[in-house]
Ligand binder design. Structure first.
Ligand code: RIB
Ligand code: CA
Length: 321
């Protein structure tokens, strides 16, 4: 059975790093490239963190740097959440793996064209690179088998504002371009990684007890964020938002509750900028008072509401063993 091909677009903070590691340790897939976008981290930090993670996995996956800022708004990074290096302050040594020649937009377009209908795109940061690639080559929207987006909040509270999740809020114009592109989109909001999907203290100890460099790395670089997940977010343990999205990309059967709806992104709301507006009741299809723009667009996103927490954790442990 040929391996499934993945491209990962990431702003490589500590939870992105675990998702990148999962993809490289999962036997049934091949990672064609990792593309870096400004978001939680500035691109130079995101690149370093991604290359360190890839090197830890003994891989040579090419890392291409992309957009250094959102399409319109000013960058807002999250060093306060992920530590000064984005890896929980672990200050790992500089990786030997160098950045690949060329930029992320060319790499995304060329790799998608070369693997038409045979590549899964997993996005773990703001959608700036994806939107910019779609502006340059709109035809690639229909060439991607699945685009699994870690981002948004499906009619639930956001993390960076009451209405919005960070990856979408950081560049809502880019997110709107992507959701309207016709790409085969799957949304894994931040709510999917909360609650019983978070790692408890006992489960964190269980990971450390795997006693592998992968397990130690995955926990060490996320312990800084753990305190904020508990004290700032009010979660019961270590929330790993990007790894839960990666888990669903690796094994879609982990998704326990999902639906296909019309989804769009608010870009102007004074209070709701960056909100993923998910039409779960299909009101747009049945009511005349929505604008034609809404009416004309069909259901465009498979939204994952919940994953099987026990099976998600078993997959994580297997990738870290
Ligand atoms: O809102 C969650 C997103 O921002 C994830 O991509 C994670 O990296 C966090 O920092
Ligand atoms: Ca991320």
């Amino acid at each position: 059975m040929p391996k499934r091909k993945f491209i990962i677009d990431t702003d490589t903070a500590s939870d992105d790093a675990v998702a990148i590691l999962m993809a490289h340790r999962y036997p049934e897939i091949e990672v064609l490239a990792v593309t870096i976008v400004s978001g939680n981290m500035r691109v130079q930090d995101g690149s370093r963190n991604a290359r360190y993670t890839i090197e830890l996995c003994g891989a040579q996956t090419p890392v291409y740097v992309g957009c250094e800022r959102p399409l319109l708004c000013e960058p807002v990074h999250a060093y306060w959440y992920h530590g000064s290096d984005g890896m929980g302050g672990m200050n790992y040594p500089a990786p030997k793996l160098c950045e690949a020649n060329g930029n992320a937009l060319d790499a995304l377009i060329e790799l998608i064209r070369a693997n038409e209908n045979d590549v899964t795109l997993v996005t773990l940061g703001p959608l700036t690179n994806i939107a910019a690639a779609l502006i340059r080559a709109p035809e690639i929207a229909k060439m991607v088998t699945r685009c699994v987006v870690m981002g948004g909040a499906a009619n639930v509270v956001g993390n960076v504002t009451p209405a919005a999740e960070y990856n979408i809020w950081c560049d809502p114009e880019a997110a709107r371009i992507v959701v309207r592109s016709g790409m085969n989109l799957e949304m894994v909001g931040w709510e999917v990684g909360r609650g019983d999907a978070a790692l408890t203290e006992r489960e964190i100890e269980k990971v450390y007890a795997l006693n592998t460099p992968y397990a130690k790395f995955a926990m060490d670089c996320n312990v800084h964020a753990l305190q904020l997940a508990k004290n700032w977010q009010g979660d019961p343990g270590m929330t790993l938002h990007d790894p839960t999205a990666m888990a669903i990309a690796l094994d879609p059967t982990l998704s326990k509750r999902n639906g296909i709806y019309r989804v769009d992104v608010e870009t102007r709301g004074e209070l709701t900028r960056g909100m993923t507006v998910v039409d779960e009741r299909n009101t747009v299809g049945t009511q005349a008072f929505f604008t034609d723009e809404w009416q004309v667009r069909g259901k465009n996103v498979l939204v994952h509401h919940e994953l099987d927490a026990a099976r998600w954790k078993e997959l994580l442990y297997a990738c870290l063993a």
